[in-house]
Design a protein around this ligand. Sequence first.
Ligand code: SF4
Length: 344
Amino acid sequence: MKISGLTFSELKKWVTAELGMKPYRAQQLFTWIHLKRVISFHQMTDISLSARNRLDRVGEITVLDTCDKITADDGTVKYSFTLEDGEVIESVLIPDPPRLTACISTQAGCKCGCTFCQTGRGGFRRDLRTDEIVAQLYGLQNSTNDRISNVVFMGMGEPMDNFPALSDALAIISDDRGICIGARKITVSTVGIPDGIGRLAQLDGQYGLAVSLHSAVESTRRKLVPVSKTLPLQELKRDLIDYANRKGRRITLEYCLIAGINDTLEEADALVKFTGDIECKINLLVYNPIEGAPYRRPDIESVNRFMNYLYPRCQAVILRRSRGSDIAAACGQLGPAARSTSST
Ligand code: SF4
């Protein structure tokens, strides 16, 4: 049993029903694994030797092997982890004092096929299990003396497409018996797939929601995010308004500016109209070119023209600094053989 992927209530049930141990063992195990982050049952010194031996026979704590680690000029660090079946996934640590943000993957590859994204171009290989998702975070946390303050599910994969593992990982990392990252410090990023946002809304925590919008024109959005045909803009908008109302949280809309595709004034106007009645902020990013993709980075004049159109008309617009683009750790650049063709 991969016990580092069990939520506290699942762990308690397993410990009592499967092993016949007292319920307090679950608390001990959870603390050792998720707060102290030990990697062996034999480090659990307040558990008897016989119980440790038994746990060692039937349980497993997942630890990922770091196969690569690259640091960007801006301090962003990209980690490559090898999974037990040989799949390689990437996670990113982004220092932005006082915050330290971990960007976590939920799948090896991705089914969504976004045409500007390295992960999407590499295809889908498999969903990550909860223990693998959690182990990425612990791998990052154990590599630094600073406490990770924020977690974003923005790495490889579409988190809502692996919802059961995602929701258990959210429960584990926000549990105050463990690493205890508050729900408000955790953001789930999605391109918007049917039922995804609705399912996240049903969870208890006030998790942040980021949506990769990239265009408020249906035809442009379908070109960039082919899976968006399953959730047209008007339905996506309904889900966003519902999420903002239920959670009392402003939605983040990610908009990656691509030259000649979605950086025109017509696109800016459509974005203003789409966001008018959504409680949101717009994060503008400038496209990070990837090898083989048919897109270009817009020039500074186009970026300024787009921003200047939005500023007086939208509630909140931020031009986000791209982090780690020189090591292919920026948005849309994670994935097999990812290589940046330019740097910011
Ligand atoms: S942008 Fe996100 S959802 Fe789209 S292909 Fe890349 S990883 Fe998948």
